[in-house]
Ligand binder design. Structure first.
Ligand code: MN
Length: 240
């Protein structure tokens, strides 16, 4: 484990966000979660942690530039559109996103998607899900390998920038989908709606430095990073 100084050094802005935690911790638990949900959180690992599958420079630029910009622009849109974040959760905002501006849609989606994405990865995870999620994947797709093929196909078929998803639909069943830009399955404008439990960023900014135009190679490498324990937790929350 890294010590705090090393963590702050290697995570840059994330370290700064961490430094504000003592102030936030004086607030009530509900205020704490509201503040955090709309704010970029520290990366759960250092920039080099996902090597060799995702290189450190890509992680650093992705987190400190792209994802940070979504969080900042979301904050601007919240002020401009007078959104009360103390009474509206980020999830509820996304579920009603058609009532807001394209700027809110792009940046609320971008912020939510990236905060989820960082947590969906870790170094040296289990290679496959277990328990109820494993059973649900087999039921929905026939096998784990068939699921990976379906998810990979959705990732490759997304024209331009966007995301591939594994989601829990309203009836509790699993589905694979993809969305353009920074949309996601929570949004009322999504073609396939539900709770996302796994998502893959297929914007070129997520892979171009290492993989250039070879999106399929990035997708294949990414399976080595999926934090199935976290996905299982998301599945349990979505089906409780
Ligand atoms: Mn991204």
């Amino acid at each position: 484990m890294q010590n705090r100084r090393q963590f702050i050094k290697t995570t840059g802005k994330a370290g700064m966000a961490m430094a504000t935690l003592p102030i936030l911790s004086k607030m009530s638990p509900s205020a704490f979660s509201q503040v955090n949900e709309y704010t970029q959180q520290p990366l759960p690992y250092g920039y080099t942690a996902l090597e060799p599958f995702i290189d450190a420079l890509t992680m650093e630029i992705h987190y400190t530039k792209h994802a940070a910009a979504y969080a900042k622009n979301l904050a601007d849109a919240v002020v401009a559109e007078k959104l009360d974040t103390s009474t509206t959760s980020l999830t509820d905002l996304l579920k009603n996103i058609s009532h807001y501006s394209p700027k809110m849609r792009n940046n609320a989606g971008g912020h939510y998607n990236h905060e989820l994405f960082w947590q969906l990865m870790k170094p040296a995870p289990a290679t496959a899900p277990s328990g109820a999620l494993a059973e649900a994947i087999t039921k929905a797709f026939g096998s784990f390998d068939a699921f990976k093929t379906a998810f990979g196909d959705a990732s490759k078929a997304r024209f331009g920038s966007g995301w591939a998803w594994l989601l829990v639909k309203a009836d509790g069943s699993l589905a694979v989908s993809s969305t353009p830009n920074q949309d996601n399955p929570l949004m009322d404008i999504a073609e396939t709606k539900g709770s996302p439990i796994l998502g893959l960023d297929v914007w070129e900014h997520a892979y171009y430095l290492k993989y250039q135009n070879k999106r399929a190679d990035y997708i294949n490498a990414w399976w080595n990073l999926v934090n199935w324990e976290f996905v299982q937790k998301k599945y349990a929350e979505a089906t409780h």
